[in-house]
Design a protein around this ligand. Sequence first.
Ligand SMILES: NC(=O)c1ccc[n+]([C@@H]2O[C@H](COP(=O)([O-])OP(=O)(O)OC[C@H]3O[C@@H](n4cnc5c(N)ncnc54)[C@H](O)[C@@H]3O)[C@@H](O)[C@H]2O)c1
Length: 423
Amino acid sequence: MSAYERSRIMLRFADLVEEHSDELAALETWDNGKPFDQAAKGELPLFVRLFHYYAGWADKIHGLTVPADGPHHVQTLHEPIGVAGQIIPWNFPLIMFAWKVGPALACGNTVVLKTAEQTPLTALYVAKLFHEAGLPPGVLNVVSGFGPTAGAALAGHMDVDKIAFTGSTETGKIILGLAAKSNLKPVTLELGGKSPFIVCKDANVDQAVELAHHALFFNQGQCCCAGSRTFVHESVYDEFLEKSKARALKRTVGDPFRKGTEQGPQIDEEQFNKILKYIKSGQESSAKLECGGGRFGSKGYYIQPTVFSNVQDDMLIAQDEIFGPVQSILKYKELDEAIRRANASKYGLAAGVFTKDLDTANTLSRALRVGTVWVNCFDVFDAAIPFGGYKMSGMGREKGVYSLSNYLQVKAVVTPLRNAAWL
Ligand SMILES: NC(=O)c1ccc[n+]([C@@H]2O[C@H](COP(=O)([O-])OP(=O)(O)OC[C@H]3O[C@@H](n4cnc5c(N)ncnc54)[C@H](O)[C@@H]3O)[C@@H](O)[C@H]2O)c1
């Protein structure tokens, strides 16, 4: 199929998704528990935008002619890798589908995608729409299955030419091992995080509180890049703390289909129990529980928006990815100290920086060892912006132009030139 035809199918698919937006948003909420408005107004439009973006790339992927020494004509061909295996998590089932399938198809690959066991519905639905849009049978294959069986089979398969994974760092290591033990397929990994959100002394406190709140609590705290270590300068610490607590107490928790709900239930019982265990460990340490700290209501996996103050770097809640609505607030004095402490993590996915001072913003942007620095903003997920991690937060970048190289082979073709005079 020509690249243009691929692009047209992706555009037709995006139109179909737009037409089916309401059903898809409802399915996403059913599957995951996220607020319907978030799925309908945020994630569905972004999903469509991602496919528009990748449809735009499909017919603009090409190699180079290369000036080699000597009488040779050298060209590079950018070819699809072949069969791309993709394993996605449950926190953003549709968005993760788009990050993975978009570049793979734009580059002309075929795909076998395994959804998370908790959230199989929307990928099956959109796969049907892809076929309605004209995608030939066999190009996109969605498999519902469990990680250690279906996922591992994909990562360890000799006929899968590339594997892309998003999920926990622990599973990422297993994927890398399976790829190494089988056919050495190239691997991209988007893993966990413990992202710092640094509030500087010159910050507008009200704005910083709102942004830090959103950075942590968005999607029930189930974001790989959640701003889960809120570092606050000592001069604004008390005011920040009081206002953060008030904001968390105001957060509306409940039925994700109800208008105005900001926070639905956690994904499942396992995550629910894990988060409560972390809250308990915070309470048992010398951190101060400012609000929340337990189950919300008596039915469903809802957790009270929780804020801890006086959090120290060596506490479990400051080190582990909690993946829940638990904000940890830490105090700092000097900028250098904030940089050192922010970087003292095995993760390096993202960071938030809140300041009016350009020099401070520049210093922090360069000093932080993370894949994304959001300055005076957070969670900006444009299709063109690359995303990925330093250190144990992953390997490779998704989205943007950088994602294409994950799905392409580069072939050099060298031909002797008969008449060197034309060199
Ligand atoms: N970075 C992220 O976006 C992200 C997403 C989900 C979970 N997490 C983190 O992971 C923790 C645990 O959540 P989880 O258990 O659902 O994550 P996970 O890493 O186990 O699951 C992610 C995906 O990997 C698959 N998988 C699991 N074991 C596998 C294996 N042995 N081989 C191949 N595939 C396998 C799962 O089926 C799922 O599709 C969370 O608490 C959170 O800290 C991170």
